[in-house]
Design a protein around this ligand. Structure first.
Ligand SMILES: Nc1ncnc2c1ncn2[C@@H]1O[C@H](COP(=O)(O)OP(=O)(O)O)[C@@H](O)[C@H]1O
Ligand SMILES: [Mg+2]
Length: 422
């Protein structure tokens, strides 16, 4: 008897623990299944992102070559207005292509962003005219903002583009016209939340329409790049993917709610800024940099088109250029020449040695050689700071000139005695 009571208690305890364990296992399995779906979706987006980023990178190179050559042609062409017009049209087309690749890079989260504290109501008011002009008079845009709203940390120009994209989508969903509401509010997220964002304060921007809405299948694919239901020439399928990329890269989310026939709400969640509202100090204008003399420049790029385009732009600026199609060739050239160039300008992504590796290797042997790193990607790996200057592709001749000016200033600051040539 005395043994029986504790034994029964132990038995109860064991069954209770077993029951709890089973329940926990079921809950765990459910959660795992959900996580797996989410994971598969994010892997798919990642893969598409990498593919898109790769394609965009190649296109960026082609456009860099095109724009560079067109710019030079425009300078050398006799001032025949008809030819100039043709040339300007070609330049505009290439620039539109560059804007498209920028959207692709935005989706692939490889685009260079300049996050700053942004006053959302002010930003939306600022593009009010542009929005009405873009969508036409059959639509009214209503804005709703609270009296107090923290600033969001985001790239202001890209956010304007993102909101415009969403407003255009709302327009397309309402062929008869109607009302589009743009609003924003402060949100507090706890540590574990449905958006899987870190806990904290966010600004949620909503763009709402009462248009055709989306069925589940469309909604599930809407943010994929190149997914469009709008027919050839009308949709690019890059609007939502751009917004998605921007939100993710800014530490936020794009959330879509939609029901067929009822309308759509697109939400951009952005982290609130912690920084004081003062604008970060602007960098000194490049034009203030002292003009440099004739430089010798070693240009390295695996893409022959980009290589000759950059070389032509530099020569046009009055500099002396040597070229190499790989990092290895560049090192060989440096080692063989009796006078080092004043500057090394290298592409980052190349087969074999990357631009950063090339700079490191060159610095190991010739510590004083200044370098410019050119790249279409924002997320440069560690070591990119070794370059005196980073140049975003595609670049114009003017940007190239500024990079050279900035570089020769640094060089003068760091090595006042190195000037080998007058
Ligand atoms: N507000 C909306 N209402 C209904 N459908 C939408 C809305 N926004 C986006 N969609 C759907 O998502 C697709 C992808 O949108 P987006 O990436 O902006 O590309 P595009 O507008 O070029 O088609 C659209 O083709 C459309 O089917
Ligand atoms: Mg769109």
């Amino acid at each position: 008897m005395l043994v029986g009571v504790p034994a029964t208690a132990v038995l109860f305890l064991i069954s209770w623990i077993a029951l709890r364990q089973t329940r926990r296992m079921y809950a765990e399995a459910d959660r795992r299944a959900e996580t797996e779906v989410a994971l598969r979706q994010s892997q798919k987006m990642e893969a598409v992102g990498q593919l898109t980023g790769g394609v965009a990178h190649d296109f960026n190179n082609l456009l860099a070559a095109l724009l560079g050559n067109l710019e030079l042609l425009r300078k050398r062409l006799p001032s025949d207005p008809q030819m100039i017009r043709l040339l300007d049209q070609a330049t505009q087309a290439a620039q539109r292509g560059a804007a498209l690749t920028e959207r692709m890079l935005a989706f692939a989260r490889r685009q260079e962003l300049k996050p700053e504290p942004v006053d959302i109501p002010g930003l939306v008011r600022g593009i009010g005219d542009l929005m009405t002009r873009t969508i036409g008079s059959a639509f009214q845009i209503e804005t709703r903002f609270p009296m107090q709203l923290p600033k969001a940390l985001v790239d202001a120009n890209q956010l304007e583009l993102a909101i415009l994209n969403l407003v255009v989508n709302a327009r397309d969903a309402m062929p008869e016209g109607g009302q589009i509401t743009v609003s924003a509010r402060e949100e507090h997220l706890r540590d574990r939340n449905a958006l899987s964002l870190p806990g904290g304060t966010y600004v949620r921007i909503c763009i709402e329409d009462r248009g055709c809405g989306m069925d589940e299948a469309t909604l599930a694919r809407a943010s994929e790049p190149f997914f469009t239901t709008k027919g050839v020439g009308r949709g690019t399928g890059l609007g939502l993917s751009m917004v998605h990329g921007l939100a993710e890269q800014s530490g936020g989310r794009l959330v879509l709610h939609s029901r067929k026939g009822e309308g759509t709400v697109a939400e951009i969640w952005l982290p609130k800024t912690e920084a004081p509202s003062a604008k970060p100090a602007e960098a000194a204008p490049a034009s203030a940099a002292p003009e440099h003399g004739r430089l010798t420049v070693l240009v390295v790029d695996d893409d022959p088109l980009v290589l000759s385009g950059t070389a032509a732009m530099l020569e046009d600026l009055g500099h002396e250029v040597t070229v190499a199609q790989s990092a290895d060739e560049a090192i060989r050239r440096l080692a063989a020449s009796d006078a080092l160039p004043d500057l090394l300008l290298t592409d980052q992504v190349m087969p074999g040695m990357t631009g950063i590796e090339l700079i490191a290797e060159a610095r190991r042997r010739w510590p004083w050689i200044p370098a410019i790193l050119a790249s279409g990607f924002a997320e440069l790996p560690d070591g990119a700071d070794a370059a005196e200057y980073k140049l975003r592709k595609p670049f114009s001749q003017d940007l190239l000139r500024k990079a050279l000016a900035a570089c020769s200033t640094t060089r003068q600051n760091v090595h006042p005695l190195v000037a080998k040539r007058g």
